[in-house]
Design a protein around this ligand. Sequence first.
Ligand code: TRP
Ligand code: SF4
Length: 400
Amino acid sequence: MYADRVLSGMRPTGNLHLGHYHGVLKNWINLQHEYECLFFAADWHALTTHYDSPGDIEGNVWQMVIDWLAAGVDPSKATLFIQSRVIEHAELHLLLSMMTPLGWLERVPTYKDQQEKLTEKDLSTYGFLGYPLLMSADILIYRANRVPVGEDQVPHLEFAREVARRFNHMYGKEPGYQEKAEAAVKKLGGKKAKLYEELRTRFQQAGDDAALESAKALLGETQNLSLGDKERLYGYLEGGGKMILTEPQALLTEASKMPGLDGQKMSKSYGNTISLREDPDNVSKKIRTMPTDPARGRRTDPGSPDKCPVWQFHLVYSTPEVRAWVQQGCTTAGIGCIECKQPVIEGVLKELAPIQERARALTEDPDMVKNIIADGCDKARDLARETMRDVRESMGLSFG
Ligand code: TRP
Ligand code: SF4
């Protein structure tokens, strides 16, 4: 099995809401059981668009981290950290900027789109243009091969892949490459080293793809090699240089089924959110005042659930029996909208109760949250430093 490493980042937006929970956090919580996971607060990214009004970035980071933990992201399974606390991201971003064609950045679709959309902001800055490259550095510095992102971020991931490819092509043939690869083979140990060499020869001399796959699997299982040596041996198999940076793959996150209170996407800027720490009375009030199918002007007018945002909530929170009751009751005016909303209110409150309980405990223990993050930053930094050693060396900057 390959050692898959997952990395994802979230901009610090302060308190998270149900859209984040159903759209991102539940996915992270599942992934943490299956993969090695790194999750970080992308605080520098917030500055690419809000450089003139940073607000309370720090406070927003801590509130966001509390929500991650309260929702069930488990620091004993996933490494949680803050981007700007692992300064190596900035170094990789700088070094990558030397070899990234300007045209590649200008062609990233979000660049022009956002500039046109957010007209109240001046986004003709160096940092905003470089945003996808900073994101590439975030990913490549951990040699993460899986990146859970929404549809909107897929072009950014494709960009990161191209940067990695260009980098490996340009700097992958390190001096002394042959000797280093041979030394790494030795480190595999007698039997494995011999098998690796045999498979490599079979692939290189006879084009045996099955041999290539077996050799890759062999490397994947190997525990006692540094990541650097491992990448070297992956590259050596195919005769190319060392794969210094790993091309990441998108792990496409299904679009959230959780809409906002008005049926649009749930987003702070639309004012249609239920925050994870929303007071229960407020939750009830917000749902009770949600718009419904306008056809149901009077209690006796029938309606259709597909024209009603409350129905979308039932799809997230209700059992098939309750949904059948809604369909029947709505279309025959057998139930009223207030009645229909009651199970949704209960569902949301039930989901939020344990989250709010944990958030309260974490809020009362800020040191615990700080320690979790300090620990995560240390772990992330160790991984980042390992990559940076190889990157510097391959660009002629090791000063050893
Ligand atoms: N660009 C992402 C967003 O706005 C956040 C982000 C920054 C990210 N760096 C990343 C996501 C690296 C995944 C991997 O949502
Ligand atoms: Fe919406 Fe339920 Fe009212 Fe039908 S009965 S319009 S689904 S709230």
